[in-house]
Write a protein that binds this ligand. Structure first.
Ligand code: FCB
Length: 474
């Protein structure tokens, strides 16, 4: 079917009115301008300067220069017809050392961005923390230190006070799993520490930071919606053997249930605490009540399915880090991540849209009543720009289409799914992988900073305009 034909056809799979059609980015991955207008250093500024941490020694000092090009970028969003844009705030722009008064120039950038979005009828969705901890706070102990959670709540309150009258949708910590376990156990991400027991404290304090921030923001009495954000995986045992089933239980426990149960049930799963043994010594009375304060929505980032085996020595994880790192699977280092036999993206991540549907149905069943939003979903592929200047990316388009179909099916089945944000609006700095992995709907030439919407972006714009998708794939 050509684009021309799709444009005239009424969609068969119509999404509900009010569904948020969006795209997402994060501050460090796009902004650049790391030393401008009083911004302090973050743990990523430090990490990227350490040899061997990032592929080709790349950094995000300039990234895609969004700090200076935000108007042009918002215009592009408007052209694509986005209804919503999820971005994160760089904490060290607001509080250069992670505490104390607001750096007015830093705050002003986000205030201008929000105004620009609103003037184009694009709903701003703010994420308060997408991994760029002020370096000064890492030096004071980082996320393994309980104080960091209190500093985060103060920062969240500052932001919510300043923008809460214009920004309705807020989320606290993006993917606490990654921030804790890639940052403090495997060392694949900043700050690059490999201290498994400390990583457990980090995970708990990231959740506590969420809970304290929700409390502080709610106390301001503004008419906002606040959510937590988790990255969930569908998980399958390789076989029905006891060892493989136990491996699946452990990884599901640490990846999914640890965060979901804490946020939505006010407890950590008993089996995970038992797996961790003495490393589970991180909870204080009252913490879980704070962490599980009712949420207005749960934001879910979904990319892939893991197939796991309890037999040591299986194939290494397809999602293994580019450099030599430890395991993020605290207490489950013996579990192997095996090839599930599905097609993969340029990240080596297996493509499995059925995993998203499985997760959505499970959430609605096991954690009922909380509205859900897909806050990230997308894929890296090696895009090629053709001679006529267009970027054809059929694999990304197919990935997003397939996942949107499962979203639609889940809604039909009664799942309270309220929105979908493609990751990412534009190609950007993909953490330890540098600029080599392109996730954007919009292609960015890193030399000239020129933005060109890929075919997937044009298709997505068309889908948004029509409010849905064509019927079942042939
Ligand atoms: C998620 C991150 C996002 C990006 C995508 C590919 O885990 O939140 O910043 O790296 O993966």
């Amino acid at each position: 079917m050509t684009t021309q034909e799709t444009q005239t056809q009424t969609p068969e799979l119509v999404f509900p009115t009010g569904f948020a059609w969006g795209a997402a980015t994060s501050a460090y991955q796009i902004e650049g301008a790391v030393a401008e207008d009083g911004r302090g250093a973050s743990i990523w500024d430090t990490f990227v300067r350490q040899p061997g941490r990032v592929v080709n020694g790349e950094n995000a000092d300039t990234a895609i220069d969004h700090y200076h090009r935000y108007r042009e970028d918002v215009a592009l969003m408007a052209e694509l017809g986005l209804g919503a844009y999820r971005f994160s705030v760089s904490w060290p722009r607001i509080q250069p050392d992670g505490s104390g008064p607001v750096n007015a120039k830093g705050l002003d950038f986000y205030s201008r961005l929000v105004d620009e979005l609103l003037s184009r009828d694009i709903d701003p969705w703010v994420t308060l923390y997408h991994w760029d901890l002020p370096q000064a706070l890492e030096e004071a102990g980082g996320w393994p230190s309980r104080d960091t959670a209190h500093r985060f709540a103060e920062y969240a309150a500052l932001m919510h006070d300043a923008l809460g009258d214009r920004v309705r949708n807020w989320s606290t910590v993006n993917e606490p799993w990654c921030a804790a376990f890639l940052g403090y156990a495997s060392g694949e991400h900043a700050p690059g520490r490999r201290e498994p027991a400390q990583a457990m404290f980090a995970a708990h304090h990231l959740l506590l930071a969420h809970g304290l921030a929700v409390q502080a923001m709610r106390a301001q009495g503004k008419n906002t919606r606040i959510g937590g954000c988790v990255n969930l995986y569908a998980i399958s045992p390789q076989t029905g053997s006891e060892a493989d089933l136990d491996a699946a239980r452990r990884i599901d426990g640490l990846q999914n249930r640890f965060f979901l149960d804490a946020l939505l049930k006010g407890r950590y799963p008993e089996d995970v605490l038992a797996d961790l043994g003495p490393m589970a010594d991180f909870v204080r009375d009252g913490d879980l009540a704070l962490i599980s304060a009712p949420l207005d929505m749960l934001l879910i980032n979904y990319y892939s399915r893991f197939t796991v085996s309890g037999v040591p020595g299986g194939a290494a994880s397809a999602a293994a880090a580019p450099t030599d790192t430890g395991s993020p699977w605290v207490g489950s280092e013996h579990v192997s991540f095996v090839n599930g036999g599905r097609p993969v993206t340029a990240m080596g991540w297996e493509i499995d849209d059925s995993g998203l549907e499985e997760l959505l149905l499970r959430l609605a069943r096991e954690y009922p009543r909380v509205p859900l939003v897909i806050s990230e979903n997308g894929a890296a592929f090696d895009d090629v720009m053709t001679d006529d200047g267009t970027v054809s990316d059929p694999e990304r388009l197919a990935y997003i289409e397939a996942h949107l179909r499962t979203c639609h099916a889940a809604i039909e089945a009664g799942v309270p799914l309220q929105g979908y944000f493609a990751w990412s609006l534009m190609d950007n700095f993909e953490w330890a992988w540098g600029y080599g992995k392109r996730f954007g709907l919009v292609h960015v030439d890193y030399q000239t900073q020129r933005r060109v919407p890929k075919e997937s972006a044009l298709w997505y714009a068309d889908t948004i305009r029509r409010g849905g998708l064509n019927g079942p794939a042939q």
